[in-house]
Design a protein. Structure first.
Length: 205
């Protein structure tokens, strides 16, 4: 399945890298100005903060995505780019895939997770019911440190497979977002893909 090819090119990777550099500089600056940091801390465990001694956010790697509204409780795989410049896909229908060159869920920027829709032979996929989500619905990402970060759905959009959807992967508003991608529409036997891409945009709670 050629999914979700939405022109994620080298230009996007450069922007992601630049965004990560700017974020690191910003976090170091905030670490110096401790009085300005307090509103940005993310609790890890009792008595700890979300920043290490160098001022970098001490977030773990995502391991599970939970969406109670549609009964999703999925393992998170890690993926990058395919040779033709598209975000890679999860290997298993029931899993989701995190685009690991980008932001981690909970960091400033847009963390992106992709999941399958309409798996062959009628097998259930992680994002079969993603279209049922509505504004205000909650999404939760658990990391390998046992920390759960919650997000609230803001909106959904639909894209053509070849559309420039760089806004799904890049954010410069200084906030933390979680964007979910899946297929939708009509299956094309020639391209072995669906006619649309559904993207759910969510913001850190």
């Amino acid at each position: 399945m050629n999914f979700p090819k939405i022109l994620l090119t080298r230009r996007i990777l450069v922007l992601v890298s630049l965004a990560g550099l700017l974020l690191s500089l910003e976090l170091i600056f905030h670490a110096i100005l401790k009085s300005s940091i307090q509103s940005d801390l993310i609790p890890l465990t009792a008595g700890t903060t979300a920043f290490n001694e160098q001022g970098k956010m001490n977030l773990g790697l995502p391991v599970r995505l939970k969406i109670p509204r549609i009964n999703v409780d999925a393992t998170v795989e890690y993926v990058g780019l395919t040779p033709d410049g598209a975000m890679d896909i999860p290997k298993t229908a029931s899993n989701v895939a995190w685009f690991n060159p980008g932001s981690r869920p909970g960091e400033n920027g847009s963390a992106v997770l992709a999941g399958h829709y309409g798996w062959k032979n009628g097998k259930a996929s992680a994002f079969d019911n993603l279209y049922k989500l509505r504004k205000g619905d909650k999404l939760y990402v658990e990391d390998d440190k046992g920390v759960t970060t919650s997000f609230v759905m803001r909106e959904s959009r639909r894209y053509d497979p070849e559309a420039d959807a760089s806004g799904v992967f890049i954010s410069n508003d200084g906030k933390s977002h979680l964007n979910l991608i899946t297929c939708e529409g009509v299956w094309d036997n020639v391209s072995k893909s669906y006619s649309k891409r559904l993207v759910i945009f969510a913001d850190k709670e």
